[in-house]
Design a protein. Structure first.
Length: 494
């Protein structure tokens, strides 16, 4: 089929292009490098294969030939492949080599550019790579290689004379030797330099120095990879142009365990507030075959999740029935996300629970006379009986329609889940089935793994489930939404 060689941007997941995001959502397989944010992998289909092809973290890694072969094999088997690379795929990303290999093997491919760290890193430190009257050229240099190597492609004497901006992409261990090579070749030792680490991501930091001191400064401030070094007078603009953003979730490493389809919006919200987000879905949503009920028989529909809205309305619309089928009927949503989901299908909710739970809906409807009302509740199989029982007690005729069920995601495994847990300090649980599945995957081993971490339950039902399984120390959002979770985490110290 086709290989899409995609640049996913420098770190902040929102810096991906719309085109890349769309294509990732369509592909069968994602083959990804180091530094690809989890939130971007979460853009892929739930059932897409995810293959790590990076070189970090002590995992066994593939060399470039193996990666080329892997891409070709997958394409020949008929899969569509998203080959995900940090920054831009053709800026020191070896995307060109992969494209050449695919071309030689007559495999269809397409390149989708990304924002390179060579531009984004200076920019996020308040340094314009070029600036009128200060620098009219930009030189992007890879300094992964040892600058003292005799067969280097780099001409240090030319670089040292450059009047524009030099941006080095390299490992943090190279900082001092780059500075040395420039000084030895005659560059002024007071030339301003900046080091930007983890640019655009939640852990971004930068320091400003001058050429003769930058090596020491990097060590003193503990600058680690990935980092970019910028050399040139544009660096002086950082003082004025860099604005530290006060982000409420800065420094937190948060694990989102929602189903893949919902994980992107949640992780985008958390990362826009400064968190470093990991995604490990603990539930999959699986649609159940159901017949569309006789819509005219109902006076009211109650939706208790975004999934219920999506599955029910997709089915209705796929049968060439449109929103008019709800004309004259009352629509209720459990909370703002469900209300917004209805809106996306052209339907405005008439009512919403005050507290976003089944209890909240019952509380609101208590004020009403429900006798002889016919109510349909499309929802998850095996959901709590509370809502249906309570409405029946209030005199309503209630039909529950199971439109989806939740299951353990097929890719979830003990090693993978334990690994991601070891990287985070905060874990968000958004449903009782997510909590149960966490225990299913890890058994009682989960307890030491989550000890000392901040565990967050989106609401009381999830919280009670955690308690039932022996987790008593957790915080619970006051409003049962993503923003409610953010509020509960603001200012909360681990
Ligand atoms: N294709 C990538 C570069 C790959 S080479 C791009 O266009 O950005 C890898 C190097 O890029 C790293 O060693 C580091 O120097 C730089 N880099 C990538 N992401 C970075 C980030 N978020 N912050 C700082 N440097 C980064």
């Amino acid at each position: 089929m086709k290989v899409y060689i995609i640049g996913t941007g420098p770190g902040d997941p929102e810096l991906i292009t719309l085109k890349a995001a769309r294509i990732i959502g369509l592909c069968d397989v994602l083959v990804y490098d180091d530094l690809i944010p989890h939130a971007i992998l979460a853009l892929g289909r739930e059932d897409a294969f995810r293959i790590y092809a990076g070189k970090r973290g002590g995992k066994p890694h593939k060399n470039q030939d193996e990666i080329n072969m892997l891409l070709a094999d997958l394409a020949k088997k008929g899969y569509s492949i998203a080959r995900l690379k940090g920054g831009d795929p053709f800026v020191f990303g070896r995307g060109g080599e992969e494209a050449l290999f695919l071309s030689e093997n007559n495999i269809d491919f397409e390149i989708i550019p990304g924002i390179t760290s060579a531009i984004a890193a200076p920019m996020y430190a308040g340094i314009p790579p070029t600036h009128r009257s200060i620098s009219s050229s930009l030189h992007i240099v890879t300094a992964h290689e040892d600058p003292l190597k005799t067969d280097s492609f780099l001409d240090w004497s030319l670089l040292a004379k450059d009047k524009g901006t030099l941006v080095f992409l390299m490992g943090a261990s190279r900082i001092a030797s780059i500075a040395d090579s420039l000084i030895k070749n005659g560059m002024d030792v007071t030339t301003p330099c900046a080091l930007v680490q983890d640019a655009t991501g939640s852990r971004q930091r930068h320091i400003i120095s001058i050429l003769k001191d930058v090596g020491q400064a990097g060590i003193a401030h503990g600058i680690t990879s990935p980092c970019v070094m910028i050399v040139g007078h544009v660096v002086n603009l950082s003082k004025t142009l860099y604005k530290e953003r006060q982000l409420p979730l800065k420094g937190k490493n948060i694990l989102v365990t929602r189903p893949q389809t919902l994980a992107w919006s949640t992780s985008r919200l958390f990362s826009s507030l400064g968190a470093n987000v990991f995604v490990y879905p603990l539930i999959d949503i699986v649609e159940i075959a159901f017949d569309i009920p006789d819509m005219s028989a109902y006076d009211m529909f109650i939706f208790t999740s975004q999934n219920a809205v999506r599955v029910f309305l997709e089915k209705i619309y796929s049968c060439d029935i449109d929103a008019r089928t709800f004309s004259g009927k009352e629509l209720w949503a459990i909370g703002p996300k469900t209300r917004d989901a209805l809106k996306r299908y052209g339907l405005l909710a008439d009512g919403m629970a005050g507290v976003f739970s089944a209890e909240g809906i019952v509380e609101q409807l208590k004020k009403r006379d429900l006798k002889k009302m016919n109510i349909c509740i499309p929802r998850a199989k095996g959901a709590r009986p509370y809502l249906v029982d309570s409405l029946k007690k209030m005199g309503a005729n209630v039909d529950e329609l199971s439109v989806y069920e939740t299951r353990l995601p097929p890719h979830a495994d003990k090693g993978g889940f334990a690994d991601v847990l070891s990287k985070v300090d905060t874990v968000i649980f958004t449903s009782p089935s997510g909590v149960k599945n966490a225990f299913k995957i890890l058994g009682d081993d989960i307890k030491p793994l989550v000890d000392k971490k901040t565990l967050v339950a989106i609401g009381p039902v999830t919280g009670t489930c955690m308690e039932d399984l022996g987790i008593t120390s957790y915080i619970q959002a006051n409003t049962y939404t993503d923003s409610g979770i953010v509020d509960s985490l603001k200012g909360y110290k681990n």
